[in-house]
Design a protein around this ligand. Sequence first.
Ligand code: CP
Ligand code: NVA
Length: 310
Amino acid sequence: MNHFINIKDISASVLRKIITDAKKRKLKRKKLNTLDPDKDANLKGRLLIQMYEKSSLRTRLSFSIAIKQLNGGELTLRPNELHLGKGTESLSDTAKIISTFGNAFMIRTNSDRKLEELKNYMTIPIINGLSPSSHPTQVLSDVFTIEEIKKKPISKLQICWIGDANNNVINSLIEASVKFSFKLNIGCPKKYQPKKSLLAWAKKNKSKIKIFNDSKKAATKADVIFTDKIISINDKVNKKEKLKDFKNFKVDAKIMKCARKDAIFLHCLPRGTEVSNDVFLSKQSKVWQQALNRVYVQKSILLYCFNKLR
Ligand code: CP
Ligand code: NVA
């Protein structure tokens, strides 16, 4: 079995294998309905247990559909209804029970430490469905979407991130830029640069990252412009102040003009004020395709976790 917790802990060849498998799966589903299983669905009888300590729409839906398309089943736990959530059962006992009843565990959590501890106690694969420091399933799916739309390996493209450069999504994108060897320009205010330890890791692993404190410079000649919410879920910051700090980092038509003519706009959603409505709803925006693609990639991630990726 394999865990799926951070992109940086998974080899580049396995990550590529997941993307390739997802591409094949998507092609083969053209005539199928949402709940029809994949032709080679081989997780019959397997139960995915999910738990969300933070809100979710896309991750929840995509994992529920993904496991069903692989012929498995799913159960979602509400953390506030568990003994663990009420402080009357230990993490280790909870992990043991989840491992005994289920075959894989997907968690969206408020705590990276909890994820690490759970990993140590679980005897089934654990998947990180977003933590304070990373959002690996999202970013892997975004690599899939970019290559699908651009019809090129991502290593041949210029990717740009505008916005908060110290959150879960950009952390995973930085890790992906190393694993898939793509150029990443980051445009962010000085106060919100990427974490130094992550940048040091990236540098050591031959990253192609450039940081700008000017959003137009960062976006110049980009093939893909990404952004994310300025205020992440449960972000304990002075919201008014943080939003003010980002007033020059909104993705609008002027920013898109700096990018290549055929550049696309991506956003993992949900959105806030970091992107103008006209860009978000423009032809360049591929956010709906991006969201739906998560189903395909989650399936290949699940198969990797069960050691069934061919
Ligand atoms: N992008 C994403 O993870 O969406 P949800 O928070 O709705 O799951
Ligand atoms: N950075 C965002 C991503 C949401 C999917 C958050 O953590 O809220």
